[in-house]
Design a protein. Structure first.
Length: 363
């Protein structure tokens, strides 16, 4: 972890940036792309302050199967906060994704946006089955394009997102999602009778696991060889070889270091091509070899980080069998992934560049 504020910078040299999002830090986007940068940016005389317009508890309610009226009230309360928000005119504003889950005319986007950061293909709107019915209400595509036009600097999570953004924005830079490998313990690989395969994510992406569950059932038909551990997933069918755990910030690092293999199944569609490969980066930081569908940026991370690309059930089965049978191969591939993360996807690597980009729009 980075140290405290730079001791060599004069107070007049410290740049303050206010970052805001509708989403709290118990969701990965603002936590990974904004809030987690704060301690690293302090070493470069940038003070980044993050505010979300939904609390962690409110967001959990919205993601539950609770009362729709109660959820509507929470969304409305968040929109009111955005409408009433006042900001110092001399402090650059950075917005991650959106300020409100629903449009707030004249306030989302606000009149002045220094930096707009996004790591999903919002310009396609809500295409997931659980969000499609709210597409017209949320108007994510329309608002994303408004931000792209208005922001002085757009930070896109990968080349696919940046390519679209350049059709609307004046200045676009690619800022990949990052991890902090220095704070992540490494997996100690060894031969094991039962190999632990891990998946870490959120309920909204756990549906992607359905494509590989039959592979695990097949591999465990004669005797249990592979245990699948999901962290943060929605409910899945009960299986003797499946363990489902909740995600917490406190347990994340230790759970990653308990995996022998990490998996990231992903369908290929316009939305998923905008994903930033964060699961693969987490596995890499922990020295855990990865298997994933080579969709979007996943292809590059797998090729350079020792992972295996799998596009069919047969390829998934073969990749799982290969890593499960060879702890040395797991260790070597895991270390290759760790090296890639340290070189190309760490906060330590990108904080100096982000600091410079923020300073470029501060005048």
């Amino acid at each position: 972890m980075a140290s405290g504020p730079s001791l060599t910078a004069q107070a007049s040299d410290v740049l303050q940036v206010d970052a805001e999002s509708a989403y709290p830090t118990n969701t990965p986007g603002p936590r990974v792309r904004v809030a987690a940068y704060a301690p690293f940016l302090r070493d470069h005389a940038v003070l980044l302050r993050f505010t979300s317009h939904l609390s962690a508890s409110e967001y959990l309610v919205l993601g539950s199967s609770g009362n729709r009226v109660a959820k509507a009230r929470l969304v409305a309360a968040s929109a009111v906060r955005v409408a009433r928000k006042t900001r110092p005119i001399d402090t650059p504003l950075m917005v991650h994704r959106l300020l409100s889950l629903v449009p707030v005319p004249g306030r989302d986007p606000p009149a002045h946006v220094a930096v707009y950061d996004f790591d999903d293909a919002l310009f396609h709107g809500s295409i997931s089955s659980q969000n499609r019915s709210f597409r017209m209400l949320k108007r994510e595509s329309e608002r994303c394009h408004a931000y792209l036009r208005r922001a002085r600097l757009v930070l896109a999570g990968n080349a696919y997102l940046a390519s679209h953004a350049r059709g609307y924005a004046r200045h676009v830079e690619i800022l990949p999602s990052c991890v902090d490998p220095a704070s992540q313990p490494l997996r100690r690989h060894a031969d094991a009778e039962i190999v632990t395969v891990g998946w870490m994510g959120s309920p909204s992406t756990s549906a992607y696991l359905q494509t590989i569950l039959p592979v695990f059932a097949d591999l465990n038909r004669d005797r249990g060889r592979l245990k699948l551990v999901t962290v943060g997933a929605g409910p899945l069918p009960p299986e003797t070889w499946l363990q489902q755990l909740p995600w917490t910030g406190e347990s994340e690092a230790a759970l990653l270091a308990s995996f022998d293999i990490g998996v990231m199944p992903l369908p290929d569609n316009p939305w998923t091509r905008g994903k930033c490969g964060y699961k693969l980066l987490q596995y890499g930081a922990a020295g855990v070899p990865a298997i994933a569908d080579p969709v979007g940026v996943n292809r590059e991370i797998l090729a350079n980080g020792g992972g295996i690309a799998a596009c069919s059930s047969a390829e998934w089965k073969g990749a799982l069998e290969f890593f499960a049978a060879d702890s040395v191969a797991r260790r070597e591939a895991g270390l290759q992934g760790r090296g890639l993360v340290e070189r190309e996807y760490s906060y330590q690597r990108w904080a100096p560049e982000l600091a410079a980009m923020l300073r470029s729009v501060s005048t």
